[in-house]
Design a protein. Structure first.
Length: 69
């Protein structure tokens, strides 16, 4: 191992080595006011992808839900 990797390795209890010693700490954003708008945009985009998939499956198989009808 290189010296930079050697510096990052820590030893846990039971002599287990851990190469990722630092755990990422979650951050709380208190004033995230555009959450609702972002969620609605994401929901609309997933709905558009679903609609395109529905049209694509109907064109390729001739069935609205392939395998069911």
């Amino acid at each position: 191992m290189t010296s930079s990797t050697q510096d990052q390795i820590t030893t846990e209890s039971g002599n287990r080595q851990n190469i990722f010693p630092v755990e990422a700490q979650p951050q709380l954003i208190e004033n995230y006011s555009s959450y609702v708008e972002d969620a609605e945009k994401a929901n609309g985009r997933w709905a558009m992808i679903g609609f395109v998939a529905l049209i694509g499956s109907y064109i390729t198989t001739g069935q609205i839900i392939p395998g069911v009808f």
